[in-house]
Design a protein around this ligand. Structure first.
Ligand SMILES: [Zn+2]
Length: 276
């Protein structure tokens, strides 16, 4: 059985986006972006990072969804493994990063491009967010952000291909986005991430509240994703490289002064890597 959860989204005057998910493997979320209700296109969906085709196809059949496109954030197999079968079944275009080798991509994308889905009433802008992989991109539109493995709820992706400086720059871009942006990452890693966050900032009250809420959600087998960008800015140490308490903790770990926010970020990332 596919479990599917609906997330009613923040709305502004012009539109409300509905996002649902199916789960795959141990902890992956595959997101479905639905057409705007006022366009009567709710059955039309865009599939984000289908690592596995099976739960996606099962949900499409159960719900009579009409797949319109696939969005890919980066090349890792747990985000791309389902593309081939979905394309064979539904003959839909595949959008993804122009700087990564993903053979099925029909629409290569890079920073500042805008993609339109007029029948669904949707449009998304592309952000380049390298670091986890060298070509990683994110999709931003309608106050929703599909960020793949760059930012997690309470954490950030490991730096597999890029540099800490690149990852710092990518995460810095996110700090400029609207606080109400809903952040859709691709994994349920929140509880572990927040344990580390508390090591960094044991006195952060909002973080403590978030940990309690997260424990409750997981006890009830509920997703902790999406979160708001505001919550991430206030509790995620990987977005808080400018904050004194995070800098002080990182300097204590490094046992030396850290002179730039990028150095603070790099140290906090390294600190977590030593514990994972
Ligand atoms: Zn990945």
């Amino acid at each position: 059985m596919t479990s599917e959860t609906t997330f009613n989204k923040t709305s502004n005057k012009t539109n409300t986006v509905i996002v649902t998910n199916v789960t795959a493997f141990d902890d992956n979320y595959i997101w479905f972006i639905h057409g705007l209700p006022e366009k009567s296109a709710q059955k039309q969906i865009i599939i984000v990072d289908p690592g596995d085709s099976e739960p996606v196809i099962e949900s499409i059949i159960q719900n009579n969804y009409l797949p319109q496109a696939i969005f890919i954030t980066h090349h890792h197999h747990d985000h791309t493994g389902g593309i081939k079968k979905l394309v064979e079944a539904y003959h839909i275009p595949v959008y993804g990063p122009e700087n990564e080798q993903i053979p099925q991509i029909t629409h290569p994308l890079a920073e500042d491009q805008t993609i339109l889905f007029s029948s669904m009433g949707l449009s998304f802008n592309i952000l380049d967010v390298p670091g986890h992989t060298t070509g990683h991109i994110a999709y931003l539109g309608h106050q929703t952000l599909f960020i793949g493995d760059t930012l997690f709820a309470g954490g950030c992706g490991r730096i597999f291909e890029g540099t800490a400086e690149q990852m710092h720059d990518s995460l810095s871009k996110l700090l400029n986005l609207d606080n109400n942006t809903m952040v859709y990452c691709a994994h349920e890693y929140t509880q572990d991430n927040l344990k580390f966050a508390q090591r960094v900032e044991p006195d952060n009250k909002q973080l403590r509240q978030r940990i309690e809420q997260t424990i409750q959600l997981r006890l009830n087998d509920q997703a902790t994703v999406p979160s708001t960008l505001e919550l991430e800015k206030n509790t995620n140490p990987f977005l808080r490289f400018d904050i004194d308490s995070v800098k002080t903790a990182a300097e204590r770990f490094a046992q030396k002064p850290l002179n730039t926010p990028a150095e603070v970020f790099k140290t906090v990332r390294y600190w977590k890597d030593t514990l994972d």
